[in-house]
Ligand binder design. Structure first.
Ligand code: NAI
Ligand code: COI
Ligand code: MG
Length: 360
């Protein structure tokens, strides 16, 4: 009997609702596969501020140290917007603490949901490789400096070449392994960091002559992803640009609630943080109407990456795709299903698919 361990950080807003859905799917999967799963819970973000006065407390760090994989809901909300250290700072601290420099954010057009896309392209299947622990979100110095009669604010865009190299190489390798094109997104017409990013990409391109490579400035990429999303198979970019373009990708496929992600340190079979791309959605929190697809897909990525349970990953993804294609659907997708009803439908499909596979 396989034995797995998981830490759940539900966080704030819809975080607890969507992680609960993912855990229901995990429970079903574990029963089907006869896994023994130990699930631990800890606080992050606003919930951790309320409990410990710190968005990433020592107790959570210790729970991470004991874990083999971490599933996160989301953090943040108006209640903590003026806290001395906001919930979002706790999430950034955690990504850095865990050394998770690669954030993989796949997006695809699910058959049956084409009408929800604002675009005319039924085929869309891409993945964004976002650098996760450098750039503007982490550079120093940062903050406010009071000047006579004025206020100066500083955020620093800082990268080491080594930090660029490892994420760009990971994306090249993925594109090569899957026979896909690579688009590197930067702002090399303005930013020094982007000029080095482009140099590094060109240097690595020599090791990957079979991977068709193109460069795009981020502003043009945002436009072109809307006009020609089918051209974006593998995208690699720095932290802030990846954050923005992945929400854009959510819009392309019909809802931000559809996207899950992996935050990892490059090597399959190691601990990672798995989280939906969306935030805590305070506008719909506590109403049982959040789309838990992003969290359930993040769970699928977790079992595939950290636990190396590849069949289970594919089963969960198939159950999600079938449910989205055939319904029921949540409100963001024009349906009427509650979070719990949708989750139950995914769970039932998972059992059906598993039984059918057994009988074959
Ligand atoms: N990884 C994380 O924990 C993230 C946290 N945040 C935080 O979340 C809070 C809210 O930020 P927003 O800018 O409003 O972004 P958001 O992603 O929470 O919501 C944007 C819009 O998408 C909708 N939405 C998001 N997820 C959904 C889902 N699963 N099902 C249905 N609809 C969904 C929301 O209702 C809202 O209208 C802020 O405090 C922000 O800092 C934002 C992004 C990521
Ligand atoms: C710190 C988070 C709020 C950043 C974010 O929006 C994300 O990772 O998608
Ligand atoms: Mg974001």
């Amino acid at each position: 009997m396989a034995s797995h361990q998981l830490l759940v950080l539900a966080g704030d807003g819809i975080g607890p609702e969507v992680t609960e859905s993912a855990l229901k799917i995990l429970e079903i999967m574990a029963k089907l596969e006869d896994w023994q799963v130990e699930v631990d819970h800890a606080a992050i973000g606003g919930a951790a501020i309320d409990q410990y006065g710190d968005p990433f407390p020592e107790a959570t760090q210790q729970a991470i140290d004991r874990s083999s994989a971490v599933l996160l809901g989301a953090v943040g909300g108006p209640k903590w917007d003026n806290a001395p250290r906001r919930p979002e700072a706790g999430l950034l601290d955690m990504r850095q603490y865990m050394g998770l420099w690669a954030n993989l954010r796949p997006f695809e057009m699910i058959p049956g949901l084409e009408h929800l896309s604002p675009l005319r392209h039924p085929v869309m299947n891409g993945i964004i490789f976002r650098e996760l622990t450098g750039g503007l979100y982490f550079g120093q110095p940062r903050g406010r400096r009071f000047l006579p009669g004025d206020l100066e604010v500083i955020d620093t865009l800082q990268y080491r070449k080594s930090e660029m190299t490892r994420i760009i190489q990971l994306a090249f390798q993925y594109a090569k392994d899957h026979g896909l094109t690579l688009t590197s997104v930067d702002k090399a017409n303005v930013l020094e960091s982007s000029r080095v990013w482009r140099e590094v990409t060109e240097e690595l391109a020599r090791q990957y002559p079979d991977v068709p490579l193109s460069h795009r400035y981020v502003d043009a990429a945002a436009m072109d992803m809307v006009l020609n999303p089918q051209n974006y198979q593998v995208v690699v970019t720095e932290n802030l640009f990846g954050d923005i373009l992945s929400d854009l990708a959510g819009g392309l496929v019909g809802s931000l609630g559809l996207l899950g992600s992996l935050s990892v340190a490059g090597t399959p079979g190691t601990r990672g943080l798995f989280e939906p791309v969306h935030g805590s959605a305070p506008d719909i929190a506590g109403q049982n109407r959040a789309n838990p697809t992003g969290a359930i897909l993040s769970l699928a990525f977790l079992v595939g990456w950290s636990w190396q349970e590849h069949d289970a990953e594919h089963l969960i993804r198939e159950a999600v795709t079938q449910t989205l294609s055939e319904g029921p659907r949540t409100v963001d997708l024009g349906g009427q299903a509650t979070t719990q009803e949708f989750t139950e439908a995914v769970g039932n499909r998972l059992k059906d698919i598993w039984q059918r596979r057994r009988q074959q």
